[in-house]
Ligand binder design. Structure first.
Ligand code: PLP
Length: 375
């Protein structure tokens, strides 16, 4: 049998709601690397295991592909001719790509200004119908709900339950890779769909996927810690927001969210209730970071570990590093930080804070002089 990886639906079909005869709309999403960091833990004297789940390596460069393969597969199965979403950028990129793959139309509502260049380029290239509104994500989301009531278009935002079903598979992969759940799982939080999806995934791992009689784990083949029959082990879930856009810290909706991390520039999270349940059940917490802290960690991760993520993604690691330094995350524990999107999504931010270009004459002397200074 062929070993070619063909995406997360085929990989986890037995635990996803997909009809046997469904036409799968896939671009080979999932199976992203869980990279153990070495330099940063050494720098800060952390004796535990610190990992990043590099979701930026999905086909369109963000974790949104995990949900989109499910949502578009289901939409096509139901006969939809068009899908629609509001987006800070990555949902529109994923919706556009999977719609192209399926041969249906994607309508995307984007906020004016505040969308990262890479994401806009993707939606344009995949042929989406791009509707820019004079308003923010939250306004776009409201409009999408209203339009979908009157018009036969399927919403593919994370309020579509198939999205979270696809996204839960990231937790399956982590448990397989580590042989158990980590002690802590840290994520950036916008609409809070992803933190909810991970909790669903970990909960399913812990509770249901080990046959009590045979002790066989139905997805890891018996390698993981749950192979004894589901011991209920799940991580503490920690969600980080940008302080200008932190409804979970305020305890109520924020009407004018603002942050350089545009992917989490959301003031009215769609999975509000669910995320509070995740915090409660996992014994976790929410915390907030300044834009400066987020950008400093984005650069630190790229420069010290060779891993390039977009600003919003760096919120997970920035928060984890701060909580490690404060002892809220104990030394010696295992920590996974989700890097939700690729750094190339937002080249403007990267160029504004990365290494500067050194301009010299096109001569051996000039180039040697620069190198000679450094070695
Ligand atoms: C969508 C997105 C988020 C936020 O995820 P939610 O499920 O809305 O909480 C974070 N980072 C990136 C890069 C995203 O695209």
């Amino acid at each position: 049998m062929s070993q070619r990886y063909t995406g997360l639906i085929e990989r986890y079909r037995d635990r996803l709601p997909v009809a046997d005869d469904a036409r799968l709309i896939s671009l080979g999403e999932g199976a992203t690397p869980l990279i153990r960091l070495h330099n940063i833990p050494r720098d800060i004297g952390f004796g535990g295991e610190l990992y990043v789940k590099y979701e930026g390596l999905n086909p369109t460069g963000s974790f949104k592909d995990r949900g989109m393969t499910m949502a578009v597969t289901q939409a096509v199965a139901e006969g939809a001719k068009a899908i629609i979403c509001a987006s800070t950028g990555n949902t529109s990129a994923a919706a556009a790509a999977y719609a192209a793959r399926a041969g249906i139309t994607a309508f995307v509502l984007i906020p004016d200004g505040k969308i990262a260049m890479g994401k806009l380029a993707q939606a344009m290239m995949h042929g989406a119908r791009i509707i820019q509104i004079a308003g923010n994500f939250d306004a776009g989301m409201r409009l999408v709900r209203e339009v979908a009531e009157q018009t036969p278009v399927t919403i593919v935002n994370s309020i579509n339950p198939y999205r979270l079903q696809g996204q839960k598979t990231a937790a399956f992969e982590i448990v397989e890779d580590l042989g158990r759940a980590p002690d802590y799982h840290c994520l950036p939080v916008g609409n809070a769909g992803n933190i909810t999806a991970h909790w669903i995934g970990y909960s399913e791992c812990a509770a249901t996927h080990h046959d009590a009689v045979t002790k066989a784990c139905s997805y890891c083949g018996g390698r993981c810690a749950y192979a004894g029959g589901g011991n209920g082990e799940r991580p503490t879930m920690v969600g980080y927001q940008a302080n200008g856009s932190a409804p979970f810290l305020r305890g109520s909706m924020v009407d004018e969210p603002d942050t350089v991390a545009t992917a989490i520039r959301i003031g009215h999270p769609q999975s509000w209730d669910a995320a509070w349940v995740v915090r409660e059940e996992s014994g976790g917490w929410f915390d907030e970071l300044t834009d400066e802290e987020i950008l400093a960690t984005q650069k630190q991760l790229a420069a010290r570990e060779g891993v390039f993520c977009e600003p919003a993604s760096a919120a997970s690691l920035a928060g984890a590093l701060r909580d490690i330094s404060r002892g809220r995350i104990a030394d010696g524990t295992s920590v996974v930080c989700t890097l939700t999107g690729h750094g190339l999504k937002d080249p403007d931010i990267a160029i504004s804070q990365g290494s500067k270009i050194e301009t010299v004459p096109a001569t051996l002397d000039a180039v040697s002089a620069v190198i000679g200074e450094a070695v």
